[in-house]
Design a binder for this molecule. Structure first.
Ligand code: HEM
Ligand code: PLO
Length: 428
C-alpha cells in the first residue's frame, strides 16, 4: 500500500508472535502525516517509535499510574466521586430521552484530569466544551489510514481533514500549555500530585544525568506525553462505555441479569466497590464481551519491523508495517461460537462463577511491549460506572429506536449517537 510493505495479521498465533515473542522487533511505529502533526513528529508514547525517550516516558507514566494506586483507594475514590455526580445528573434527567455521551464523557474526563492535572470540570465549563469539540475533530481525522497517510506527498493539496486536524490541535495545545505553565509556576519537588508534576520532577532530577538529551524531557515531549494520556484516557473508555450501553439496550434481558446480580450481591444500601468485582462475574463477563464484539481499536495501532524478521513462514523485511487485525481475532469462527452474537455467558465457567477467556484469540488491549498503558484503569472505570448506573437505573430505548451497532471508523471504532431513557429502579 503506497510506498511501504504492509502485512495484515489475522490469526492469534501470528498476532502473539508479533506482539509477544518478537515484541521488541515489532515495537516500531510508522510516521504518518496526521500523527506527526498530532505528536510533534512522534514525541509521544502511542505514535512515537521505539527509542530511549519512548521507553523512559512509558515507564514514567506507568509509575504515575501505580502511584495513584491502581487497584487501591486513590483511583477508586476519584472514579466514585465522578460516578456519584453522574447519578445525580441522571436523576435530574430521568424520564427524558437523553444522549448520555456528554455526561459520561465528563465523568471519564474528570478521572483523567485528576490524574494528569489534579483538576476537574463542572457542568457547562467552557473549557470542557471546547475539549469535547477539539477531541471530536482529532478522532475523526487522525491515524485512520487516509490517503494522505499512505501517500504523504498528497499533503501539498488542499485537504479539509488536515485543516480540521490542525485547527483542533491548536485548541488542544493551548489547553495543554495553560495547564503546563500553571504547574511549572507552582512546581516544588516535594509535592508530586499528578502526571505533569511527575514529569517536571523527572526533568529536575535528571538534569545532571549524562543521558538527559536522549531521555526527551523537553517541553515538547512532556506536553505530548500528557496529551496522549489525556486523549487515550478519555476517548477509549468512553467509546467502550457507549458500546456497552448500546448493547444493553439491544439485550434488555442481559441488563436485567446484571441488575439481579447487583441486587443479590450488593443490594441498595451501598454502592459497589472494586472489591465487589469478584462477586459480580456476570457484569465482568459483559464488559469482556463488549470489548470482544466491538473492540475499541480493531486494528490496534500499526507496528513496524525494526529489523528483518519473520511471521509464521513469511519473511518480513525491515520497515514493514504490521497491522494486527483484532476484529478478525475477535470474530474468528474457529475460535468463537456464533461470533456475531452478543453473549456474555461465553466468558463464564460452567457454574457461572468465574470469568475466563474461552479462546486465546482475544486481545482487547493488545499485548507485550506495546500493551495498553491504561488497561487496569479502564477496567476499573467500566466496572464502577456501569455497576453504579445499573444499580440505580434501568436504561431503555426511546420510542423503540435501537442504537446502530455498526459503528463509525476513526482512530477508535466510534458509536453513532443514540438516545436513552433513564428510569430509576424501585428500592426493594
Ligand atoms: C495503546 C486499547 C484505555 C493509554 C492501546 C492499544 C490498544 C488499547 C488496543 C494498542 C496496542 C498496540 O498498538 O499494540 C484500549 C482499550 C481501552 C484503553 C480497549 C479502554 C477500554 C486506555 C486508557 C489509557 C490508555 C484509559 C490511559 C490512561 C494507552 C497508551 C497506549 C495505548 C498510552 C500506547 C502504548 C504504546 O504504544 O506503547 N490501548 N485502551 N488506554 N493505550 Fe489503551
Ligand atoms: C484521541 C483524541 C485526542 O485528542 C488525542 C489522542 C491521543 C491518544 C490516542 C487517542 C487520541 C485515540 C485512541 C488511542 C490514543 C493512544 C492509544 C489509543 C489511539 C487520538 C488506542 C485505542 O490505541
Amino acid at each position: 500500500m503506497g510506498p511501504h510493505y504492509w502485512v495484515v495479521v489475522n490469526h492469534h498465533k501470528h498476532a502473539k508472535e508479533v506482539l509477544l515473542k518478537k515484541g521488541k522487533i515489532f515495537a516500531g511505529r510508522p510516521r504518518t502525516v496526521t500523527t506527526d502533526i498530532l505528536t510533534r513528529d512522534g514525541k509521544d508514547i502511542a505514535f512515537g517509535t521505539y527509542s530511549t525517550s519512548w521507553k523512559f516516558h512509558r515507564k514514567l507514566v506507568h509509575s504515575v499510574l501505580s502511584m495513584f494506586g491502581e487497584g487501591s483507594l486513590a483511583l477508586q475514590n476519584i472514579i466514585c466521586r465522578e460516578a456519584d455526580a453522574l447519578l445525580e445528573t441522571l436523576t435530574n434527567l430521568q424520564g427524558k430521552a437523553i444522549d448520555m455521551a456528554p455526561e459520561l464523557t465528563r465523568a471519564i474526563s474528570n478521572v483523567v484530569c485528576s490524574l494528569c492535572f489534579n483538576s476537574a470540570y463542572k457542568r457547562g465549563d467552557p473549557e470542557f466544551e471546547s475539549m469535547l469539540l477539539y477531541s471530536r475533530g482529532i478522532v475523526d481525522t487522525v491515524a485512520k489510514n487516509s490517503l494522505v497517510d499512505i501517500f504523504p506527498w498528497l499533503k501539498i493539496f488542499p485537504n479539509k481533514d488536515l485543516d480540521l486536524l490542525k485547527k483542533s490541535i491548536k485548541v488542544r495545545d493551548q489547553l495543554l500549555l495553560k495547564k503546563f505553565n500553571e504547574h511549572k509556576e507552582a512546581y516544588s519537588n516535594d509535592k508530586v500530585e499528578d502526571l505533569i508534576d511527575a514529569l517536571l520532577n523527572a526533568k529536575h532530577n535528571m538534569e545532571t544525568n549524562q543521558q538527559f538529551q536522549e531521555l526527551g524531557l523537553t517541553d515538547d515531549y512532556i506536553l505530548m506525553t500528557v496529551g496522549d494520556i489525556f486523549g487515550a484516557g478519555v476517548e477509549t473508555t468512553i467509546t467502550a462505555l457507549k458500546w456497552a450501553i448500546a448493547y444493553l439496550l439491544h439485550y434488555p434481558e442481559i441488563q436485567r441479569k446484571i441488575q439481579e446480580e447487583l441486587d443479590r450481591k450488593i443490594g441498595l444500601e451501598r454502592h459497589p466497590l472494586l472489591s465487589d468485582r469478584k462477586n459480580l462475574p456476570f457484569l465482568e463477563a459483559t464488559i469482556s464481551e463488549v470489548l470482544r464484539i466491538r473492540p475499541v481499536a480493531p486494528l490496534l495501532i500499526p507496528h513496524v519491523a525494526l529489523e528483518e524478521s519473520s511471521i509464521g513462514e513469511y519473511t518480513i523485511p525491515k520497515g514493514t508495517r504490521v497491522i494486527i487485525n483484532l476484529w478478525s481475532l475477535h470474530h474468528d469462527e474457529n475460535e468463537w461460537k456464533n461470533p456475531d452474537t452478543f453473549d456474555p455467558g461465553r466468558f463464564l465457567d460452567e457454574e457461572d462463577n468465574h470469568v475466563y477467556s474461552p479462546s486465546p484469540s482475544y486481545l482487547p488491549f493488545g499485548a507485550g511491549i506495546r500493551v495498553c498503558l491504561g488497561e487496569i484503569l479502564a477496567k476499573m472505570e467500566l466496572f464502577l460506572l456501569l455497576s453504579w448506573i445499573l444499580q440505580r437505573f434501568t436504561l431503555e430505548t426511546n420510542d423503540q429506536t435501537l442504537p446502530d451497532l455498526e459503528g463509525k471508523w476513526g482512530v477508535v471504532l466510534q458509536v453513532k449517537k443514540y438516545t436513552v431513557k433513564v428510569k430509576p429502579r424501585k428500592s426493594s
